[in-house]
Design a protein around this ligand. Sequence first.
Ligand SMILES: [Zn+2]
Length: 479
Amino acid sequence: MAEIRLYNTLTNRVEPLLPVHPGEIRMYTCGPTVYAFAHIGNFRTFVFQDVLRRFLHSQGLRVLQVMNVTDVDDRIIRAAAAAGVDIREYTEKYLEAFLADLDALHIEMPEELARATDHIEDMVALVEKLQQRGLTYTSEGSIYYRIAGFPAYGKLSKIDMAGIQPGARVDVDQYEKQDARDFALWKAPKPGEHSWETRIGPGRPGWHVECSAMAMKYLGDTLDIHTGGVDLVFPHHENEIAQSEAATGKPFVRHWLHAEHLMVDGQKMSKSLGNIYTLRDLFAKGQKPSTIRFLLLSVPYRRQLNFTEEGLVQARSSVERLRNFVTRLKTPKIAPGSNPETQKRIEKAESDFDAALADDLNTAMALAAVFDLARDINTAMDREALLQQDALRAVAAMEKFDAVLGVLVDDDDDKLRKLGFGVAQARLAAAQVEALIAERTEAKQRRDFQRADAIRQQLADSGILIEDMKDGSVRWKYK
Ligand SMILES: [Zn+2]
């Protein structure tokens, strides 16, 4: 097992990862605000942390990962009030979409997915602790964190707080505070908008307090790893440190990991350029989930990633090359036996792969190890020099790589169909649907429920909903 070394934003150095609890990594990931569909830049960060957790697993470490879901913030509250629905109801469809997107990209579910609105009590308790420490003040019903009371403020972002003039807009909160740098822990209620009655008064939590409270609830006072996009370093993560460390007196996070920005065609994503893509935008253009995952993970997380059409074409062919390689290895025509040189070659690829990822998650180097192996073994197969046991060994190596990469299993069509794409081409004609329904009814009559269920599933997979009526007839429609 290679020593895992990761860049730490807090110290500006690549440092060995030394777990607080031996054999286990406790990791917190800033999750989505379920206000809209997440975009491709968000997914770069989520794929990065997925590769990280899969790699840690592959190295024999247990991983306890918490991801928050921000289902309360000013925009959500206003939009829900305008739509006349509860915030929970308003955010539900975006949360569902987010989870479906994670699934499409083979991003493993964290051990704990924590919704902010389920943890109001934990946030109130944290604000109370800060009140007891004299780090807060109240203004017009809102509770603020007094940054002047936490001298270490700025240690993560290295921001020069003296340079920020009083009155400058640091945070986007539209509330009265003593110092522009201070931030809201708890926000006063507004008429007609969602709020909670609590021991610290009525209102709703600030975004920053959400992450501190939920991270420490599930992972303890000191986390091994906290990840997020680089845009969260200041003020969000700086504020998380201020809240957590002032409350516990202990270091909050050992290793801060931040993924760099994603650019589209060399430009920052922006509404005005119209280049903010959701996954669904790309699926609608015929892109496959595995292509996007491969492209997002192919650039090491601390390098800017330029998302281009050309990159997508390359990623797609790279995934195909790997899948074809494994298929070829599994052909039965290979002669029996084993060659120690080939075994050594495969072992080298495995150790190169691990070493690359252990070196601050260098995915580009790791992929190079995989493609170099594929090239060498393909050459051996061209010469009919590859033997059966070595082929099996190579398949095992590829499966090991894929436990981290997550692109070999060809379920792209399934994933797309689940999200409602690709249905049009595969859409059954009405006559075919009717015939299947008739066959299902007949199967039920002869009590062949397995067949009846299989037909229902086949219809569902083709985007057809059926409903059994009381009189024994069946209604159906396209999803
Ligand atoms: Zn956060």
